[in-house]
Design a binder for this molecule. Sequence first.
Ligand code: PLP
Length: 390
Amino acid sequence: MRKTGGLPLSRRLARRVEELKPSGIRRFFDLVVGRDDVISLGVGEPDFPVPWRIREEMIYSLEKGYTSYTSNLGLPELREGIAEYYTRFGVKALPEQVMVTSGVSEGVDIAIRALIEPGDAALIPEPCYVSYKPLVEICGGEAVTIPTAPEFRLTYEMLMQYRDAKAKILVLNYPANPTGVSYSKKELEEIADAVNELDLIVLSDEIYAELTYTGRHVSMAALNGMEDRVVIFNGFSKAFAMTGMRVGYVIAPPDIFAGMLKIHQYCMLCAPITGQIGAIEALRSLDEVERMRAEYMRRRNFVVKRLSEIFEIKKPEGAFYAFPKISSTGMSSEEFAEKLLLEKSVAVVPGNAFGECGEGYVRLAYAVKFEKLKEAMDRIKEFVEEHGEG
Ligand code: PLP
């Protein structure tokens, strides 16, 4: 038997996989499993049930026995619905450009796999959602991170500093997880100038597009001349509270779309049919989204008010996360999160889980009921008072 590193060759994981670090979010999630006393502001999971009319459609579909695969690309009615829906964010797409995926997660994965090979670089502004960097690295690509602290806004100037990276793609997410930052059309146009000068493809993760508090989201693909450079990702997990249904979608230029489809048809085959049927109804239920958005906004205002009495914090413009700076306590992000959990049973995620420049911050998801949020804010205040200013 051939042996390497003490293990038979057949039992060795691929090096790229061995080198991956476990997600910092998952670690904290695991710490609170089974603990009813904990108020978890850790995971980005809406606390609303899937709106009833969407559930009803899914239940009927199961009663009727609709449990098969769909076409690789998704149900035609859903693809048409998505193309129509995206005009809301300024994009005129054809249903043929829409591919339904198993969540945004699959979409981002297959886009990166379609574009990145060993030797290619991807620009990733940090702090950012935890998946992007590992997905680039699994493909043997180089993840070139762009620190954006303390404003957490990507600018033309920042991007242009990376001209020597010879990157192929820029991964952009706004409204952003974990910072809640979003961009105006003017800011996007400036970023787009750099994207054109550096000849990049933008992977635009717009999963929080519905959850904005300062005006309607503008898609990067809606800007003049950008439709051919932008791959849009969106889905039903966050705005429609449908995380477990695993439905997302991609709107992409034809060549990239074709590459992604090649991978999708061999790995996921299609998104779950029950979720797709629910998603068709979801697109007719924007009033439900508005109801949830209004409640998130109420919570955002409350959380920002309470946290700003203790910490420096930027008002989130979208999504359902607050990202206060906790370094004034003298604790590191991890120390803060661990002690807060131990002493006050409140779970938050250390900012460095989203990239090095998130050190000194923590992320709180305000996707919990108002009463719990109030209690969590009281406990955080007590915690900081007990530890004194650093
Ligand atoms: N993109 C971002 C920015 C997210 O925050 C998340 C989930 O937290 C996802 C993608 C995953 O979305 P999905 O459930 O559609 O796979």
